[in-house]
Design a protein around this ligand. Structure first.
Ligand SMILES: Cc1ncc(COP(=O)(O)O)c(C=O)c1O
Length: 444
């Protein structure tokens, strides 16, 4: 560490960072540049980014095409208002490209700057829809325990991880949490002969009946839970969820902020189970992290309710940066890259290699479970395999040892997450396994 870098770190310590605690920011890595899956620090270290930043840099670092798309658009027109009465070509073109791209019948896009804003927009849109349908008492959202939906006030309280609520209560009214279908450690009750998928879907129906369907606007779920520990649901869960939402007239919001744009081996993850949402939240990989962009897509049925709104019923929602011209131009170029390089296929093939490699580490006494779908995987660390007792301290130890070996993962409670750029190659996948294995060896 040069003296100059150390001086900047001391200045940085005066600032606030996301999910900040002074202890968590005592010794930050200062990243100077990136190339492909590799990050380079100011003190000369080279680190394999096994997390693609924050699950988002799908196209890898240092892509000139994306830098050029941003430069060209900034020179011509960086920004124009996208509020009613104005628009820009890149935002029109990206929305047009996205029409029906994720799911048939989701043809309308509303842009935000990221995933939290997308989920807030989804909640407000669900409420708007039910008001327009003459059912204004439908305002609550059912979410799952362990879910992460973002950091704005509403998305914080939609999130099902207590630690995000502790210092920001009282809780916002209108969010109800039910158990998630975690095949390794299901928190709810299993009836005789019931699968985890059936039990978790039954919890949705029970919550609807308990609260009253006439009060519920929407159900929100990540197809594969990310921050909650990379939980891949059993195959029967989402088809049942869709049926229940239809039965009780509840909108299904798919939060595909992590799983969107190829990550799981399909362009969008509910495709694995042939299920379609009413509202889709997306962000992160739409630009591979090269610009701040997110959004929602809504079903044609929701769109139609807006066509007949009275003068007093405008959709009074929008951000200064909705449809940001430069961000949309980067999104368009990034989609072109992801299509040309067939990222869903890469995620399927390289994800299989990653998962198999991680599974080869299951012989370590502290590896309780290894799971994944496409190129998003989790390794759950336990203190006892038979009791499945979680061991976040050991997970943190392995995370630090791996980082010292030049591999960046992400500790999420007792689970280490891996979600590398989809541009990763086979040797680099093997390098993740080698470096993680060496870290575990050093501890084990
Ligand atoms: C599933 C999910 N939803 C929403 C968000 C929030 O997105 P952002 O951080 O862009 O606001 C995240 C962020 O990690 C996420 O993982």
């Amino acid at each position: 560490m040069t003296d100059i870098t150390q001086q900047w770190i001391e200045k940085d310590k005066k600032q606030l960072h996301p999910v900040y605690h002074p202890k968590s920011h005592a010794n930050p890595l200062v990243i100077e540049r990136g190339e492909g899956v590799w990050l380079y620090t100011t003190d000369g270290r080279k680190i394999l980014d096994g997390m693609a930043g924050l699950w988002n840099v799908n196209a890898g670092y240092g892509r000139e095409e994306l830098a050029k798309a941003a430069y060209d658009q900034m020179k011509q027109l960086a920004f124009t208002s996208n509020f009613s009465g104005m628009t820009s070509l890149p935002s029109i073109q990206l929305a047009d490209k996205l029409a029906g791209f994720a799911y048939e019948g989701l043809n309308t896009t509303f842009f935000t700057s990221g995933g939290s804003e997308a989920n807030d927009s989804a909640f407000k849109t669900a409420r708007y829809y039910w008001k327009r349908k003459g059912k204004p008492t439908k305002y609550k959202v059912i979410a799952r325990k362990g879910s992460y939906h973002g950091i704005t006030l509403a998305s914080t309280f939609a999130t099902g991880l207590e630690k995000y609520h502790t210092m920001f209560g009282p809780a916002m009214d209108g969010f109800v949490h039910i158990p998630a279908p975690n095949p390794y450690r299901y928190e709810g009750q299993l009836k005789d002969g019931e699968t985890v998928g059936q039990a978790a879907a039954r919890e949705l129906e029970s919550a609807i009946l308990r609260e009253g369907a006439e009060t519920i606007a929407a159900f929100i779920a990540e197809p594969v839970m990310g921050v909650g520990g990379v939980i891949v649901p059993p195959g029967d869960y989402f088809p049942l969820v869709r049926q229940i939402c239809d039965k009780y007239e509840i909108l299904f919001i798919a939060d595909e902020v992590i799983t969107g744009f190829g990550r799981t081996g399909e362009w969008f993850a509910l495709k694995h189970w042939n299920v379609k949402p009413d509202i889709l939240s997306f962000a992160k990989a739409i630009t591979s992290g090269y610009a701040q962009l997110g959004g929602i897509q809504i079903s044609d049925a929701i769109r139609e309710t807006m066509e007949t709104a009275a003068d007093t019923e405008a959709y009074m929602h929008g951000y200064t940066y909705s449809g940001h011209a430069m961000a949309c131009a980067v999104g368009l170029k990034n989609l072109e890259i992801m299509e040309n390089e067939d990222y869903p296929k890469r995620a399927r093939e390289l994800g299989k290699r990653l998962l198999e490699g991680l599974k080869s580490l299951a012989e370590f006494p502290f590896v309780g479970d290894v799971r994944g779908l496409g190129l998003v995987c989790g390794v759950e660390i336990v203190s006892d395999k038979s009791t499945k007792t979680t061991d976040p301290a050991m997970a943190m130890k392995i995370f630090k040892a791996a980082e010292a070996n030049g591999l960046r993962s992400r500790p999420l409670g007792s689970t280490l997450a891996f979600s590398p750029p989809l541009s990763i190659n086979e040797d680099e996948v093997d390098e993740i396994i080698r470096r993680l294995g060496a870290a575990m060896d050093g501890i084990g």
